[in-house]
Design a protein around this ligand. Structure first.
Ligand code: NAI
Length: 248
């Protein structure tokens, strides 16, 4: 018996990285999994195959999380394919780092669109469904820099702080309908996103982590499993840090 037997999860940006690890963990625990990414290419197809090995229903959707219209039609499609949505994970995210003095409007708009507006888009589309079902769990991937800020990431930090405010408001607004909303704030997690950092920047980050290593995507996925499942039935409006004590 799995912790998510009979549940359907929708995870954004899950072709690779943390989203993929969350999808695999959810499928391992019995969930049917719908996931999105910008394109459904070979990498995403490979993820579909790995998920299918758990024997539950799986489907991938090409969908730009920053687009209000696309996300709403994706949610309609998922509903027609799966019949319900119990868990939403707002995971899609990008970085466009730069110091404020040099940051261009396009860098700001891109990051706010993909990291923050995307969560509004999906929550807006999914909450009526969850309200009708009288329950659901919404998880949004924030970041420790959304709590503490980070030089060179004013756009990214603002987007991740915004997710926390959005989540706390949704927890209050939708709690009476049985919907829980929480954020995960990962610290430094080994993925394509952090692999793109220059070596010296990456090493400097690792030195600031009391556990003296980056986290794995599986370690974040285990926190997502907790928040998605009934183990967290009285946990809502919270930010759970997964950061090796980098931020405490
Ligand atoms: P990643 O870059 O490995 O994966 C992100 C996925 O999102 C990719 O598959 C990408 O194609 C997809 N994506 C990008 N734009 C999209 C869009 N407009 N619509 C749909 N999908 C889109 O990143 P990673 O590391 O797995 O990060 C996942 C989430 O966790 C992000 O929100 C990130 O900000 C957050 N996070 C990651 C940390 C880390 O250290 N890796 C630390 C803190 C937070």
């Amino acid at each position: 018996m799995g912790l998510l037997d009979g549940k359907t999860a929708l995870i954004t940006g899950a072709a690779r990285g943390i989203g993929k690890a969350v999808a695999l963990k959810f499928a391992e625990e019995g969930a049917d999994v719908a996931f999105t990414d910008l394109v459904i290419d070979e990498v995403a197809q490979q993820t579909v195959e790995e998920l299918k090995a758990f024997g539950h229903k799986v489907k991938a959707y090409a969908s730009n999380a920053a687009s209000f219209d696309e996300t709403h039609s994706t949610v309609e499609q998922v509903l027609s394919d799966f019949g319900r949505i119990d868990i939403l994970v707002n995971n899609a995210g990008i970085t466009r780092d730069g110091l404020m003095l040099r940051m261009e409007e396009a860098q700001w708009d891109a990051v706010i669109g993909v990291n923050l507006k995307s969560a509004f888009n999906f929550i807006h589309a999914v909450t009526p469904v969850m309200a009708k079902q009288r329950g659901g769990s919404i998880i949004s991937m924030s970041s420790v820099v959304g709590e503490h800020g980070n030089a060179g990431q004013c756009n990214y930090s603002a987007s991740k702080a915004g997710l926390i405010g959005l989540t706390k408001s949704i927890a209050k607004e939708m709690g009476p309908r049985g919907i829980r909303a929480n954020c995960i704030a990962p610290g430094f997690i080994i993925s394509d996103m952090t692999a793109a950092m220059p070596d010296d920047v990456r090493e400097a980050w690792v030195k600031t982590i009391p556990l003296r290593r980056g986290g794995t995507v599986e370690e974040v996925a285990k926190v997502a499993l907790f928040l998605a499942s009934d183990l967290a039935s009285y946990v809502s409006g919270q930010v759970v840090n997964c950061c090796g004590a980098m931020s405490c």
